[in-house]
Design a protein around this ligand. Structure first.
Ligand code: AR6
Length: 172
């Protein structure tokens, strides 16, 4: 699987599946979640509500992933995942890695060839950017899915993109 770093807006990515940094409610929020629902339109929220009424009555647990339509986005699917809130006193990295791993597994099951990820947990949820990139790249480099041939990590601003490039070089 090819792994690329891109600076840009996750909602503009021409890929089969876009990952949403959602919250357990699946009913929207700010950051990536807000942008995806705004640009993707009401069809996404309708499917999220249906998931809450069926499989996820108590919400989507942290670290898990579930797909809906991508509505009006260029992608075909949105894969919603819930990152952990950063904690200085508790080790939650495994949950963050689970987000990348489980989203990739869902994409693979759907038959997606390309997947775009935001930097999960690194915004509202407060995860330090460098470590968030390290966790993302570690999982994505170690996984060999059957059908996904491209994973793209989309960094919103220049500073985050440059940090991500440095982390990638150090991991190489
Ligand atoms: N495209 C790409 N990256 C973006 C975009 C965008 N349009 N907008 C923000 N980012 P966040 P979290 C970056 O806060 O930390 C929501 O309210 C952002 O700069 O979207 O997992 C949910 O409903 C940061 O680097 O996600 C949850 O309640 C990264 O994407 C909560 O926030 C993730 O920031 C989830 O918080």
């Amino acid at each position: 699987m090819e792994l690329t770093l891109v600076q840009g807006d996750i909602t503009a990515q021409q890929v089969d599946a876009v990952v949403n940094a959602a919250n357990s409610s699946l009913l929207g929020g700010g950051g990536v979640d807000g942008a995806i629902h705004r640009r993707g339109g009401p069809e996404i929220l309708a499917e999220c509500r249906a998931l809450r009424a069926s499989r996820y009555g108590r919400g989507l647990p942290t670290g898990q992933a579930v797909a809906t339509t991508a509505g009006l986005l260029p992608a075909r699917w949105v894969i919603h995942t819930v990152g952990p809130v950063w904690s200085a006193s508790e080790e939650r990295s495994e949950l963050l890695r689970a987000c990348y791993r489980n989203s990739l597994a869902v994409a693979d099951e759907l038959g997606a060839a390309s997947v775009a990820y935001p930097l999960i947990s690194a915004g509202v949820y407060g995860w330090p950017v460098e470590d968030a990139v390290r966790q993302a790249l570690t999982v994505l480099r170690a996984t060999t899915p059957a059908r996904v041939t491209e994973a793209r990590l989309v960094l919103f601003d220049t500073g985050t993109y440059e940090t991500a490039q440095q982390v990638a070089l150090r991991l190489a």
